[in-house]
Design a protein around this ligand. Structure first.
Ligand SMILES: NC(=O)c1ccc[n+]([C@@H]2O[C@H](COP(=O)([O-])OP(=O)(O)OC[C@H]3O[C@@H](n4cnc5c(N)ncnc54)[C@H](O)[C@@H]3O)[C@@H](O)[C@H]2O)c1
Ligand SMILES: [Zn+2]
Ligand SMILES: [Zn+2]
Length: 405
């Protein structure tokens, strides 16, 4: 078969498009591949021709040099593609199927997978439970910001779109099923959003916007989105959210009171994570800001959904504690208010089929909410820079130029 091209992490602030080898149904050694995963046979896997693959805020943590990602790591965990080769042990997925790949890699055979906790599968990453394509410390599965990619455990993991032509019409929505739509939705579900609730969403990046749209789909009465980026807040207002500019207004509770008449919401979702900025002008990074502020503004007995990423190692952290993921969280306040916290990767497979149906029926408008923006593979390095500067866009790479412009 022919070659393959992919977006690779080079070093802090730098990614480039490189020639890499064409995938096989085996995990070969390469940058970031865990030695215990080298040579792992994947006859249960498929090769995909990538149709769309999105750039994520999670990639940015690596590209900003805020993780221990090795140079040469091929990026990309948000993958949608067409099956062009099936392994010997694949029974139900067929050549020609158009599929969404959950960003977590899951075996379908371990205790956690059997309990639907596919975000902490114990068989795919020798370092710890949980894995993803193209990500540091996740076992070394090759990323999918590329022309072709291998996906293991295909029968278990892949979500097949029922009709290819219909799917290509809505591909900018369906491409969000690999990660951010289920992630935003999981944030909203785990925060207990239901008809009539008031919700605060921290962060107006793609995940925050997906959480806000999900909260609307679940029937929230009012969705308030906070960020320091006015362009992203305007995007949130474009589909009916209230917004708080935390650069202009450092006191979140006061702003919530102006909107709701009370300084509290029923539930909150952290769509920021460990690179959080302090509120107000002239504030640098303050990694516990969002966790502490959502405890402050969420009512007693409320639930906090925390899809925002927190790490166990951050070379660029503000202090020695934060370098190992130890943050100054006011847990006494959360305890006093009897809050429930839900953290971790999203168990994508719990949600992706339902959300696909809500897209295909026209109910969910996720591409519009996150401002899906189509680019070529060669435009990816520039898109990384633009996204890092806070552009209010969710970049969708179309490596084979298959999507109608
Ligand atoms: N749990 C999961 O499975 C999962 C999946 C996808 C993404 N994520 C994580 O979700 C987070 C968001 O992803 P994204 O793609 O939207 O990232 P992003 O970087 O584009 O967006 C983060 C936003 O947070 C804003 N922000 C910074 N400090 C803030 C504060 N104190 N209050 C409110 N907003 C603040 C930034 O201005 C930015 O707009 C990231 O940490 C990402 O790694 C987790
Ligand atoms: Zn992602
Ligand atoms: Zn498993």
């Amino acid at each position: 078969m022919s070659g393959n091209r992919a977006v690779a992490y080079v070093g802090p602030g730098k990614v480039e498009v490189r020639d890499i080898s064409y995938p096989e149904l085996i995990l070969r050694d390469g940058p970031g591949v865990n030695p215990l995963n080298v040579g792992r046979k994947c006859d249960h896997g498929v090769i995909l021709k990538v149709v769309t693959t999105n750039i994520c805020g999670s990639d940015q943590h690596m590209v900003r040099g805020r993780t221990t990602a090795p140079s040469g790591l091929v990026l990309g965990h948000e993958i949608t593609g067409e099956v062009i080769e099936v392994g010997r042990d694949v029974e139900f997925i067929k050549k020609g199927d158009l599929v969404s790949v959950p960003f977590n890699i899951a075996c379908g055979r371990c205790r956690n997978c059997k309990e639907r906790n596919t975000h902490v599968c114990v068989n795919v990453n020798p370092d710890r439970p949980g894995s993803a394509y193209g990500y540091v410390d996740m076992g070394g599965w090759v990323g999918g910001q590329s022309e072709y990619v291998m996906v293991p455990y295909a029968d278990f993991q892949l979500l097949k779109f029922p009709d290819k032509d219909q799917a290509m019409e809505k591909i900018l929505d369906l491409t969000m099923l690999s990660d951010i739509f289920p992630t935003g939705y999981h944030g909203a579900v785990s925060a207990g959003v239901k008809p009539g609730t008031t919700v605060y969403v921290a962060g107006a990046g793609p995940v925050g916007l997906a959480a806000a749209h999900s909260a609307q789909l679940l029937g929230a009465a009012v969705v308030i989105v906070g960020d320091l980026n006015s362009e992203r807040l305007a995007q949130a207002r474009s589909f009916g959210c209230e917004t708080v500019n935390l650069r202009e207004h450092a006191n979140l509770a006061e702003q919530i009171e102006q909107i709701l008449g009370v300084p509290e919401v029923d539930c909150a979702i952290d769509c920021v994570g460990f690179e959080a900025h302090g509120h107000g002008h002239n504030h640098g990074e303050a990694p516990a800001t969002v966790l502490n502020s959502i405890m402050e503004v969420t009512r007693a007995a409320g639930r906090l959904g925390i899809p925002g990423l927190y790490v166990t190692g951050d070379p660029g952290a503000v202090d020695a504690d934060a370098k190992v993921g130890t943050l100054k969280i006011r847990i006494g306040l959360g305890w006093a208010k009897a809050h429930t916290f839900v953290t971790g990767q999203t168990p994508v497979m719990q949600y992706h089929r339902d959300l696909m149906m809500s897209i295909l029926s026209g109910r969910a408008q996720i591409a519009k909410a996150v401002n899906a923006t189509l680019i070529s593979l060669d435009q990816a390095p520039a898109a990384y820079t633009e996204f890092d500067q806070g552009a209010s866009k969710k970049f969708v790479i179309d490596p084979h130029n298959l999507v109608k412009r």
